[in-house]
Design a protein around this ligand. Structure first.
Ligand code: EPU
Length: 416
């Protein structure tokens, strides 16, 4: 496993340019195989989750070309065969292939997907969507065999606005016959990006970005291109870095509307920042007010920023509260932040952070992707050297993180 070594206490100044959104790109790539012609996806982030999806594409026999940060995918030679568990367990988004293959070939054999260790992540809502469209689902241990003579549009009410179940139902319904309606759909910007990509191919999806999405099935999807939207979680992470250690740090190539909840919370704390059309300029501010956050689906405060944000809360003057409502166990960062000097108590759902506490370098573990981001932010302001172990988790979702932070003044290296 790799380690990240961070020398704390260096000011961050200059520009960090944000890449394509992980959680869009990991759905755009599997969506591409629904197309009956070649597709092009621009602004693909350079992260290991994408490499894992490319492995699945290659395994299935898709033709892939790379041009800078674009992927050109042609699925016409795909063979619809069982995707082994050794590949599907590498990431959560592998199950988007389950839906693309089902939508295209009316049959798929695959295993339960992987993903970060942040509590149970069932796929019952996705399976409910398949059944509503007329598919039969056979579960044998971790293995799923799903098939239908014909996929017919249906009505799916999601018990919670699940991002994954919304994407999966869209992917399954685009080529089904008739109309599918998803109610209580997730409203994340990534869903809009995926619907736009499919509509560019000729799909008929309306309402993406609202809680009611309608899909009129079509039989053919033609050549199309799409640009992956900027990663709002990567942007948010570096904006928090700017609040911790920035001196006019510019976080560039963002869509500010996508990070409204974060920006509002930072303003409530008293952070010194300027929000422009496609960037934020942010500096370290003294005497930050403590605040409370509660994670919610978009446009609420993103759960994916909860852990990085907690590092900032350790520097506020008094008690802040973090309520995690999306995941049952996304607090893996807490013991490690405490080992660096933070004062956090609580449960898996609620953390009480008493600040300000100076942080002191030590050895910590990236227990999951965003816990890793939280540790990196802590390392940036900790006195002395912080070693973050299991950095592979971080590289799943933050492209060129060492280079991006080094370019603005951080002192970071990665060692095997
Ligand atoms: N849930 C169910 N049943 C389902 C689906 C979800 O109970 O069938 C529960 C989950 O257990 C979880 C909650 O509903 O407690 C939300 O799950 P959701 O399906 O919305 O999440 P996801 O699609 O698995 C995506 C992102 C996550 C991000 C969430 C929420 C991808 C690949 N992953 O996960 O990203 O936290 O939406 O916004 O898009 C990350 O990037 O660090 C990450 C974990």
């Amino acid at each position: 496993m790799k380690k990240m070594i961070i020398e704390g206490g260096h000011e961050l100044t200059g520009t960090i340019s944000i890449g394509g959104a992980k959680n869009s790109a990991v759905a755009l790539v599997p969506a591409s195989i629904l197309c009956d012609e070649e597709v092009r996806i621009d602004n693909i982030p350079n992260i290991s989750d994408i490499a894992a999806l490319e492995e699945i594409l290659k395994y299935l026999g898709a033709d892939i070309q790379k041009e800078d940060n674009s992927l050109i995918i042609d699925g016409k030679n795909i063979v619809n065969k069982e995707i082994p568990e050794s590949i599907s367990k590498k990431l959560r988004a592998s199950y988007y292939f389950m839906s693309s293959l089902l939508g295209k070939y009316k049959k798929v054999e695959m295993y339960f997907p992987g993903g970060c260790n942040i509590g149970a992540r069932p796929i019952d809502q996705t399976l409910k969507g398949y059944r509503a469209l007329g598919a039969t689902v056979i579960e044998e241990g971790n293995k799923y065999t799903i098939f239908a003579d014909e996929l017919k549009g249906g009505r799916v009410y999601l018990d919670m606005p699940s991002v994954g179940a919304t994407v999966n139902t869209i992917l399954t319904a685009v080529k089904a016959s008739g109309k599918t309606i998803i109610e209580n759909a997730a409203k994340e910007p990534e869903i809009v990006n995926i619907a736009t990509f499919l509509n560019n191919m000729g799909a008929k999806i309306s309402g993406a970005g609202t809680s009611k999405i309608t899909i009129e099935g079509v039989s053919y999807l033609h050549k199309a291109t799409i640009e992956t939207i900027p990663d709002r979680i990567e942007a948010g992470t570096y904006i928090i870095a700017g609040a911790l250690a920035g001196n006019n740090l510019k976080v560039d190539n963002i869509i500010p509307e996508h990070i409204d909840a974060l920006v509002n919370k930072l303003k409530e704390m008293g952070v010194n920042m300027e929000v422009n059309d496609d960037n934020v300029i942010i500096s370290h501010t003294k005497d930050l007010k403590p605040i409370n956050i509660k994670t919610l689906g978009y446009p609420g405060f993103a759960t994916d920023l909860q852990q990085p944000f907690t590092t900032l809360l350790t520097q506020c003057q008094g008690q802040s509260l973090v309520e995690e409502t999306i995941y049952e166990s996304r607090m893996g960062h807490v013991p490690y932040l405490n080992s660096l000097g933070a004062n956090i108590t609580g449960t898996n759902r609620l953390a009480e952070i008493m600040g300000p506490t100076p942080l002191k370098g030590g050895t910590v573990v990236a227990t999951d992707l965003r816990a890793g981001a939280c540790m990196v932010l802590a390392g940036l302001i900790a006195e002395g050297t912080t070693v973050v172990e299991d950095v592979e988790h971080i590289l799943r979702g933050y492209e060129n993180i060492v280079e991006k932070l080094t370019n603005v003044g951080a002192k970071i290296t990665i060692e095997e």
